[in-house]
Ligand binder design. Structure first.
Ligand code: CMX
Length: 438
């Protein structure tokens, strides 16, 4: 049976003519018109990226390789004794589009074990940084510190055919992915759990081992599997994925690219929203001083946030126009595993109230919750109450999709990214207006 890398090589060979034909024979076909609103408004909705690992439909939500979240979880082989598939089986799927057999998933698990050791100098870098550094800063720095390990760089210096770029990209991607959970768990334990570090268990898959290193019992292993898979990919237009793609397009290796993407994920309008959701909710609960939260009180608190010029974290999306299916998936997990948990009830109450408030406020195009509105409550329930850590969990997941995507970028020879800028005066000229006082 072919290994993941052999299967990937076959898929790449089969795919390359499709991209080449589109570019050569149909390069002039228009996908849309770029307007002044697009140019000023962060290129929202401009169709100018190609991503085969996932697609985000505004009304349906994410599909990984053509499958919805429930279809993905149902199709992938479950990790033995678990209700969720291993992250490694998902890596196989998102790279190739094929559902691996249990044996193929096992092979990836075994392969990752050989790559998982984190060099001591990375630990030294983390320990040398100020202990009050944000976990995302530590995470990004650890990834960047490992850049000297890049196989891509070594092969590039030796002189490699462009056709072969994907191979060392795949190696770097696999090495990185296998190490990230250890780095994440190390940061968590160093910063928030008295600098004590449970040993990894080499008999376990990524999710199981992560739970072990975090020091949290089952079903946190399933939480980790679910969480990493749910956060993996959201096509390539979001800040973290686009950054990884952009940086890698300069042939910067996957370490440089992922570290940069993690920095983008650390923004409060993107991944950091999961930290802010819990900060907001905890501040709200504290203010209640032991009183039962009610919908009118929540409504008042939401309005207070809006009136002070802040966003409601966990709500809204640049593409989605309905409740994020990643939110729904986590809500279903909560309904099953922690239905009566008070914090879950508060999060649910916010879900009942916030969309109406945002609609009345009249600004947000999407008043519905995104992935970040629901993720913190699960972590909190299992004892991870240090919400500054939450975006690292998102980052470990996001690495899966972005690294798969840049492996394909190199396979298909996508060039260095370089959109064209215009000046404000050029926009005014195109619009037939002149705002500059003479
Ligand atoms: N609370 C208050 N105002 C909001 C809002 C929210 N949750 N969501 C959007 N708005 C506002 C915007 O700030 C914008 O205001 P201005 O016109 O004053 O600039 C207006 O509504 C229109 O924004 P939009 O087109 O609906 O949304 P954008 O595509 O510009 O931004 C996003 C999308 C996610 C950044 C925005 O909805 C937001 O800030 N949400 C809160 C932060 C958050 O949860 N981010 C996580 C997103 C998921 C992720 O990447 O992890």
């Amino acid at each position: 049976m072919a290994t993941l890398k052999e299967t990937l090589a076959q898929k790449i060979e089969a795919h390359r003519p499709r991209t080449a034909k589109l570019l050569k024979e149909h390069g002039d076909v228009k996908l849309g018109e770029v307007t002044i609103a697009h140019a000023i408004g962060g290129a929202r909705g401009v169709r100018c990226l190609v991503t085969d690992t996932s697609y985000l439909d505004p009304m349906e939500g994410i599909r990984f390789r053509g499958k919805t979240i429930p279809e993905t979880f149902a199709a992938l082989p479950k990790y033995p004794g678990s209700e969720y598939p291993s992250v490694e089986s998902f890596w196989y799927f998102i790279l190739t589009g094929d559902i691996p057999t249990a044996k193929q998933a096992d092979e990836v698990i075994e392969d990752f074990k050989t790559r998982a050791a984190v060099p001591q100098y990375v630990i030294d870098v983390l320990r040398a940084m100020p202990r009050d550094s944000h976990p995302m800063t530590l995470f990004s720095a650890a990834i960047l510190a490992m850049q000297r390990e890049s196989v891509f760089v070594k092969k590039y210096i030796d002189g490699m055919s462009k056709m072969d770029y994907w191979d060392p990209t795949y190696e770097d991607a696999s090495n990185l992915l296998a190490k990230l959970p250890r780095i994440g768990a190390y940061i968590y334990r160093m910063k928030f759990r008295g600098d004590t570090h449970p040993h990894p268990d080499s008999s376990l898959d990524m999710g199981g081992n992560f739970a072990k290193m975090m020091g949290i019992d089952a079903p946190y292993d399933d939480v980790a599997r679910m969480y990493f898979i749910l956060h993996s990919d959201h096509e390539s237009g979001n800040v973290s994925a686009h950054t990884v793609h952009l940086v890698a397009s300069a042939l910067s290796d996957p370490y440089y690219a992922l570290s940069a993407g993690i920095n983008g994920l650390a923004g409060p309008l993107h991944g950091l929203a999961n930290e802010n959701v819990l900060r907001w909710t905890q501040a709200f609960i504290e203010k209640l001083g032991g009183k039962e939260p009610t919908e009118p009180v929540i409504k008042e608190a939401l309005w207070e946030t809006l009136k002070s010029g802040q966003v409601i974290p966990g709500y809204g999306h640049a593409v989605l126009r309905k409740t994020d299916p990643r939110y729904v998936s986590q809500m279903e997990f909560c309904q099953k595993n922690l239905p009566d948990y008070p914090l879950f009830k508060v999060i649910n109450m916010i879900y009942q109230v916030a969309p109406g408030v945002l609609m009345e406020h009249g600004k947000a195009k999407n008043p519905w919750p995104n992935v970040d509105a629901q993720s913190g409550v699960i972590q909190w329930y299992y004892g991870v109450t240090d919400y500054a850590f939450y975006t690292v969990l998102f980052g470990i997941g996001r690495a899966i999709g972005t690294l798969a995507n840049i492996t394909w970028d190199r396979a298909l020879g996508y060039p260095i990214e370089r959109p064209k800028s215009v000046t404000t005066a050029m926009l005014e000229e195109a619009a037939g207006v002149n705002m500059v006082a003479k």
